[in-house]
Design a protein around this ligand. Sequence first.
Ligand code: URP
Ligand code: ZN
Ligand code: ZN
Ligand code: ZN
Length: 466
Amino acid sequence: MTSTLITGGLVVTAADEVAADVLIEGGRVAAVVDRHSTVAASLTADRTQDATGLYVIPGGVDGHTHMDFPFGGTFSSDDFETGTRAAAWGGTTTIVDFAVQTRGRALREGLDRWHAKADGRCAVDYAFHMILSDVNDGTLREMDALVAEGVTSFKLFMAYPGVFYSDDGQILRAMQRTAGNGGLAMVHAENGIAIDVLVEQALAAGRTDPRHHGEVRKALLEAEATHRAIQLARVAGSPLYVVHVSAREAVEQLAAARALDLPVFGETCPQYLYLSTDNLAEPDFGGAKYVCSTPLRPREHQAALWRALRTDDLQVVSTDHCPFCFTGQKDLGRGDFSRIPNGMPGVEHRMDLLHQAVVDGHLTRRRWIDLACATPARMFGLYPQKGTLAPGSDADVVLYDPHAEQTLSAETHHMNVDYSAYEGRTVTGQVVTVLSRGETVLDRRTWVGRAGHGRYVPRGVCQFLD
Ligand code: URP
Ligand code: ZN
Ligand code: ZN
Ligand code: ZN
């Protein structure tokens, strides 16, 4: 395996910003050496990458993706091959995807199926969470075995009755299990039972277009479910990670829990930071492109999300990448918004949209790397193998041009989906070169990666719990 020396860049991690050269050997970071030290001049390698004028950052860790995911009678349009390639184009070198338990079946069967979907197809590394769709004695026992083999987090749904939904008793039982086995309980916090009543009433009154998806999935029903999830986790003694937080009122619940020093964590996603119910109201069924759950909120919620990212009441930004094509998939919900497959594309643009937040003054550079790389790696037991650039870390390295301007568009993105949620939006900053375990997969914006380079990464337990 060749060694590589990355010279001339500004190395940015969650902890530090230094003008340093990075030496890579055997697929790992061997040294990060201050450019002005005497050692720097003596470093040699088989090849050199010039990063003058660029940031040298750890590859992104996207803790929430859904490749090849069954929803609403169809499957998300990116599979592990196209989805991980798009991730790499955007500087993300590790995804944690959600394996799904089929109702009435074992966790093992679902996990095996997800391994089969991903095995040999990924361009970058991947790991799994497990979605519990059927909490019972057998499932609960299986959770221990999954934690031991590196699937250390479990998603429970308070939403989607009849599909992924678990009732409070099931959620409590699963949380009692994670309290004992080191696992992390993840919750989709929306009161799905109440929402389904509002859905029925809306449809009966002829309110069928995508805008109403946002109206029935009320912020208060996200806040209520967030509160309930927190109390259930407290009763069980389990850590809790609330996924895709979008409502200001839900953030308030998380902040209150964290003020009590409870092991409660939360993520948000770029779509909640940049898009709003205005998008859901786009004409000619265009709002369907933005149907996801939790839903986009009125613009006023965004300030609370940005603030929470700064105060650490939210710790992670993931994408919840779950693309469905406008033509042929989102279409399923014409005339009935409740049949629009839920989810949005985004895995390619998380690093850029968060860098834009640095440009706009919402975040510092280090917080950008913290939210997108280091903290998701710690949260999901991957640090410091992933999420940082330190001796011994996997050499997942991104050379990032902070001055390049790019316009996001379906014409130029690499996700397998026929629209961009950010069509025409210009951002400052672009990925130039990407290394995955020392191998170049994107070289000055030429794709040189391959399906099957990406490896499965078993995870340790959440690293925020001691
Ligand atoms: O709308 C979404 N978020 N689709 C993916 C499934 C989920 O709830 O995360
Ligand atoms: Zn500059
Ligand atoms: Zn969800
Ligand atoms: Zn999701």
